[in-house]
Ligand binder design. Structure first.
Ligand code: SF4
Ligand code: SF4
Length: 173
């Protein structure tokens, strides 16, 4: 019983000290200083190397927070598909709907980690050419939805999707 009383009193004292002297805010204050001085680097939102440059995220974003920027050295990933742009995400315009992430074909079509994320994309290691030739892991209705936003449908070509594409075109008319 004595111990319980001691714990309660010590806890109450600790809380009072925090309230009066903000003793547990030292780290927060340091963090705030660092943010104000621009010392904290924002996390990467796009895995530029693994992105296939399809513009889908930019097309699907409801707030136009994503713009496609030209690459200095475009790269052919497969016949008829050259990656010449990558997305740039403006966090000030982002409403964190996650459409870009959920839509990204790298995730939605190939079942890999998406190459865009509104908070932190993390590490995405991918063999781009190999990935582009992988079979899709997606239902036809989802494929139809995604297809609407692809600026260039060549990304769908290597996957025996000609028939599916015909259906998609009918579906979207
Ligand atoms: S999460 Fe942000 S950047 Fe991504 S689609 Fe939504 S608003 Fe656009
Ligand atoms: S949808 Fe994914 S693969 Fe396509 S441009 Fe955006 S991040 Fe890159």
């Amino acid at each position: 019983m004595k111990n319980l009383v001691r714990i309660i009193l010590e806890g109450a004292f600790g809380n009072l000290k925090k309230i009066l002297f903000a003793s547990d805010r030292v780290t927060d204050m340091e963090m705030r200083e660092n943010i104000l001085q621009g010392k904290i680097k924002p996390k990467d939102k796009v895995a530029i190397d693994a992105c296939i440059g399809c513009s889908g995220c930019a097309n699907v974003c409801p707030t136009c927070a994503i713009t496609m920027v030209d690459l200095e050295s475009p790269k052919e990933l497969m016949e008829g598909w050259t990656k010449d742009q990558v997305p740039k995400l403006d966090s000030e315009k982002c409403v964190f709907c996650y459409y870009c992430h959920d839509f990204c074909p790298v995730y939605a079509l190939f079942g890999e980690k998406a190459t865009i994320h509104p908070n932190d994309v993390g590490e995405v290691e991918l063999d781009l050419e190999e990935n582009m030739n992988k079979p899709f892991k997606i239902s036809e209705d989802k494929l139809a939805f995604i297809s609407q936003y692809l600026s260039d449908k060549n990304v769908l070509k290597n996957n025996n999707t000609e028939n599916k594409l015909e259906k998609i075109h009918k579906f979207s008319k």
